[in-house]
Design a protein around this ligand. Structure first.
Ligand SMILES: [Zn+2]
Length: 258
C-alpha cells in the first residue's frame, strides 16, 4: 500500500470516529433534556459506532520500517536481556505488559519506559477476553492501565488482547479506555520454543515494510537470541519504530500528509 493510501485509510477511520463522537454528544444532550424518557436505542453500549475503534495488524508499507513487539513481561532476567540487546543497537520496541507482572516488578516496567520504549496493555493476567463478560474485560484492562501509570507515569494507548482474541462487539470497551487494538502480522511462535533458526526463517519469510513482529520477553530462548533477530533485520536494512511511532495515537486526528 502506498504512503498516501495508508494515511487515507487511517484518516478515513478517524473521520468516521468523529461522526461517532458527535452522535454520542447528541445522545447525551437528548438524555439531559429528557432524563426520564425512554433511552434512545443508540445508548446501548454495543452500538454500531464501535467499529470506529482502530484494530491494526501493520503499519504503513512505505519505507523500511517495522515494529518489534514483546508480550507478557516484564520479568527479571529475560526482559533485562531483551532491553540490553535493544539498547546496544539503539532500537526502540513496544512492550505489551501484563498487569500482574507490572505489579510484581514496577521498577522493571519503569526501566523499560525510561529506555525509550513504548508500553502497551496486555491485560492483567492473560485471559481470553473474547470469552469474558464486558465488566470483566473492562476490569482486566483498566486495572492494568492504572498499574502501568503508577509504575511508569505513562498511560498506554494501545491494547494487545492475549491470543489476539477480541471481538468487534467488545470494541466499545477499548474506546471507553481510549485504547486502539494493536495486533500483528508476523507471528514467530517463539513461545513454542522452535529454535532460533526457525524463528529467523519465519521472520525472513513474512516480514515486509510495515510489519508488526510478535515476540515474548518471558522466554529465555527469545531473550538469548534477541540480538541475533535484531541483527538479522538490520542486515536486511529494516528500520524500527514503536507502534505509536508507526501509526500514531489511535484517537488523535491527523491530516493526510501530501
Ligand atoms: Zn500474551
Amino acid at each position: 500500500m502506498h504512503r498516501r493510501d495508508f494515511f487515507k485509510k487511517v484518516v478515513f477511520s478517524f473521520a468516521g470516529f468523529a461522526i461517532g463522537q458527535s452522535l454520542q454528544q447528541t445522545i447525551a444532550q437528548q438524555l439531559q433534556t429528557n432524563p426520564t424518557g425512554t433511552p434512545h436505542p443508540l445508548t446501548n453500549p454495543k452500538n454500531p459506532l464501535d467499529i470506529e475503534v482502530p484494530f491494526v495488524h501493520n503499519g504503513p508499507g512505505f519505507g523500511r520500517r517495522v515494529a518489534i513487539t514483546f508480550d507478557d513481561g516484564p520479568v527479571p532476567i529475560t526482559t533485562e536481556m531483551v532491553l540490553k540487546a535493544l539498547e546496544s543497537r539503539k532500537i526502540p520496541a513496544t512492550f505489551f505488559m501484563l498487569g500482574e507482572h507490572v505489579k510484581a516488578y514496577p521498577s522493571l516496567a519503569r526501566e523499560v519506559h525510561s529506555a525509550g520504549h513504548e508500553i502497551g496493555n496486555h491485560t492483567f493476567n492473560h485471559p481470553q477476553l473474547s470469552k469474558l463478560p464486558d465488566a470483566l474485560v473492562e476490569q482486566q484492562i483498566r486495572v492494568t492501565q492504572d498499574l502501568i501509570v503508577d509504575a511508569t507515569g505513562t498511560r498506554p494507548v494501545w491494547l494487545r488482547p492475549p491470543y489476539g482474541a477480541f471481538k468487534r462487539s467488545q470494541a466499545h470497551i477499548a474506546y471507553k479506555l481510549k485504547l486502539g487494538v494493536a495486533l500483528w502480522n508476523v507471528d514467530t511462535r517463539d513461545w513454542t520454543k522452535p529454535g532460533i533458526r526457525k524463528i529467523l526463517e519465519i521472520i525472513e519469510k513474512e516480514t515486509r515494510p510495515g510489519s508488526i513482529i510478535l515476540l515474548h520477553d518471558i522466554h529465555k530462548e527469545t531473550a538469548q537470541n534477541t540480538g541475533r533477530i535484531l541483527d538479522f533485520l538490520l542486515e536486511k536494512e529494516y528500520e524500527f519504530s514503536t507502534i505509536s511511532g508507526f501509526i500514531g495515537n489511535p484517537y488523535v486526528h491527523e491530516s493526510v500528509p501530501s
